[in-house]
Design a binder for this molecule. Structure first.
Ligand code: PRX
Length: 662
């Protein structure tokens, strides 16, 4: 055996990894007793998170649990997120880079914003927003690609106490309109376009389409000119303003950061659930900011002198928490990359890591699976020795991908943190602490200190080691969502269960259900298995099956549709649509194209069905419920087991034949 293959074989067989000594030596958190300590001191342990921030007014109480599950954290405290991310770093770090931005075109003049420069532009834009009429508590929507003006706009809103609602730029015009309507948002910040795989993309046209279908009046729209000479021609309407002109008009303006109550809303983030209507997750100023700052410190090991690189999009929660708020609150340098990892070649991320001496890389398993497929020659062609820590988020990572990442990107010298969390949790919840815990590839790890995550059965009882069940969180945490925007009832209904008899501590009997299945091992490590509701995870993007189904049944000629997730080598899950046509319509290419177009219009290209299967019937139980599990098994070519209890067992063979022939 060659040295190389001996090494591979050893790695293959190894299922536990200790944190590298060189990492532990310098880690932010190395206290082996931290979990016991936090448990004993709960909830006061979370003062450690609040202490990482600067407060205008100290809080009176760490946790107010008088009205569960409407918990409140750091009550009575006042602070401003923009001040915490900018002003307080000016004295020591004013001339250090806050944001290193890399545009997709390789010839791009990449931009560096020092803390002083970022502070200046945030102030100018905050002044501009105020002049447009934005007041405290007005929701400002952002529909922007990965350009520095996005975090500028977010921080400008935070500065004047206007919550932001960022809509992922890859979402469709309809998705933008729905979210603006749901949030009663009258202001929008957008861009004329961005680059994708070398081509300029007209984002403004999509924005216009969206704006035209918002049911209320949108008072002002700010447009960033990202494309310059590559821009597309659009006449400007009176309420559409040029970002650069607004900022120039407010040159040198200073806006005093508004003192916000700890429980005041910092932002809304829409995410998919089991119904067709996206949920507006509300995050607060004190609890959320403490949570993302503490977890950036403890898990991502962020230090001010780092150059930290998270390759997510700010349009999703990962980018909010771990590109913008957590890293900037700690005064570090955070990287932003506009484009895709395979442009102009498959080594783009490695080139960025090398050029900027990135110290951490936080990415999604779907990206790692793509890297693996492309081959180790890409990372190996670059000097990645600046990396100190690797992280993953968004979906389960299989041990093979974990080990590939550990070896070929981390050179076996970087701990890998597999962080489980959700839009709703605000930040990380289950993960190893990189300076403390043994890593087990494929398993996220134990809950974070102070987080009481447990795996339970259908009756709410904890499962034994080796068993699977539902993941739950049994005590509140500062970063938790406070409610669903203007829908307290749905918030309680969707996430919480009340148990009258519990032997847990006195934090109450309310248990949070993230809707994930999980498995527990003998060391208390949690392996997250995936969603147990009708939510798909396509390339780490969360999509509701109902949203996709309703876009499909909107198509003329479609009578009924069922959408499920099928396994996919790179995406994790792919969208499979089973469609019954109306009488007189053929399930042919034309209808298929119209279905795909409708899904793209309603949600965006990320939800595009991988496969559309026309079928005369859907498998249903005797009570008429669609058997989704069965459709998933068919998509995956799995053994179907007993199908005799179906109302229409014959349909299974028909569908299988079609999927097979696809
Ligand atoms: O199913 C879990 C999966 O992603 C879901 C949350 O999606 P979203 O709100 O879009 O947030 C993604 C970024 C935090 C979860 O319910 N998930 C997230 N992280 C992991 C994961 N599944 C397994 N392992 C993870 N580390």
């Amino acid at each position: 055996m060659s040295d190389e293959s001996q090494l591979e074989a050893r790695l293959e067989a190894q299922d536990e990894f200790e944190p590298p000594a060189s990492f532990v030596e310098q880690a932010n958190v190395t206290d082996e007793a931290i979990r016991e300590r936090f448990e004993e001191e709960w909830p006061e342990c979370w003062e450690a998170a609040a202490e990482l921030l600067e407060w205008r007014e100290g809080y009176d109480q760490v946790l107010d649990d008088s009205n569960p599950p409407f918990y409140e954290w750091f009550t009575g405290g006042e602070l401003n997120a923009s001040e915490n991310c900018l002003d307080r770093h000016l004295a020591d770090r004013g001339d250090e880079p806050a944001i290193e931005w890399v545009g997709e075109p390789p010839s791009e003049d990449n931009r560096t914003y020092t803390y002083a420069e970022l502070h200046r532009e945030v102030n100018e834009f905050a002044a501009a927003l105020r002049d447009l009429g934005v007041e405290e508590d007005d929701v400002v929507t952002m529909y922007m690609p990965m350009i520095p003006e996005l975090p500028v706009a977010m921080l400008a809103c935070a500065r004047i106490g206007a919550p932001h609602s960022v809509v992922f730029a890859g979402f469709s015009a309809d998705a933008l309109a729905t979210r603006m309507e749901s949030a009663d948002s009258e202001y929008l910040v957008t861009a004329n376009g961005y680059y994708r795989r070398g081509d300029p993309l007209d984002h403004f046209e999509k924005t216009r389409d969206g704006l035209d279908s918002v049911g209320h009046e949108v008072s002002d729209v700010v447009v960033v000119d990202r494309l310059g000479d590559d821009g597309f021609d659009h006449d400007r309407r009176e309420n559409e303003h040029d970002y650069d002109a607004l900022v120039a008009d407010h040159e040198g303006a200073e806006v005093e950061p508004v003192a916000r109550d700890a429980e005041d809303m910092l932002f809304l983030m829409y995410t998919s659930g089991t119904t067709g209507q996206p949920k507006g997750v509300k995050h607060t100023t004190g609890g959320y900011l403490s949570w993302v700052t503490w977890t950036s410190h403890a898990v991502l090991d962020v230090k001010p002198e780092d150059t930290y690189f998270c390759s997510a999009d700010i349009g999703w929660i990962t980018g909010h928490s771990y590109i913008v708020y957590g890293p900037l609150a700690l005064g570090t340098t955070t990287m932003m990359y506009e484009g895709t990892p395979d442009y102009p070649d498959n080594d783009r991320l490695w080139e960025i890591v090398e050029d900027y001496d990135a110290t951490q890389l936080y990415t999604a398993p779907t990206a790692i699976r793509a890297f693996m497929k492309w081959g180790e020659q890409y990372p190996e062609a670059h000097d990645l020795s600046s990396l100190r820590l690797l992280g993953t988020v968004g979906e389960p990572i299989n041990p093979r991908a974990w080990k590939w990442y550990y070896k070929h990107v981390g050179n076996e010298e970087c701990p890998v943190v597999d962080t489980w969390w959700q839009t709703e949790t605000g930040g990380m919840m289950v993960t190893t602490l990189p300076g403390v815990d043994t890593m087990k590839p494929g398993s996220a790890g134990p809950p974070l200190p102070g987080v009481d995550a447990r795996v339970v059965d259908a009756a709410g009882e904890e499962v034994n080691a080796g068993d699977a069940g539902y993941l739950t969180v049994q005590n509140p945490w500062p970063g938790m969502l406070r409610t669903l925007y203007q829908n307290d009832e749905r918030f309680v209904q969707e996430y919480w269960a009340e148990y009258s008899d519990t032997d847990s501590d006195d934090s109450g009997d309310w248990v949070y259900f993230p809707e994930d299945g999980a498995k527990l091992d003998e060391d208390g490590y949690i392996t997250v298995l995936g969603r147990v509701d009708d939510v798909l995870n396509v390339s780490g993007h969360r999509l509701g099956t109902m949203e996709i189904e309703s876009a499909i049944v909107d198509v003329e000629g479609v009578a009924e549709a069922a959408v499920v997730g099928g396994d996919h080598e790179v995406k994790g899950e792919a969208v499979y649509a089973y469609v019954i046509t109306e009488d007189g319509y053929d399930g042919g290419d034309d209808l298929r194209d119209r279905i795909v177009a409708s899904v793209e219009d309603a949600i965006g290209p990320i939800a595009r069905p991988e496969s559309v299967v026309f079928t005369p019937e859907l498998p249903k139980t005797r009570s008429g419920k669609i058997m989704r599990r069965l459709l998933e098994d068919i998509a995956n070519g799995d053994d179907l087991g007993d199908t005799s209890t179906l109302r229409n067992p014959g349909v299974v063979d028909d569908i299988q034949a079609k999927v097979g022939g696809d």
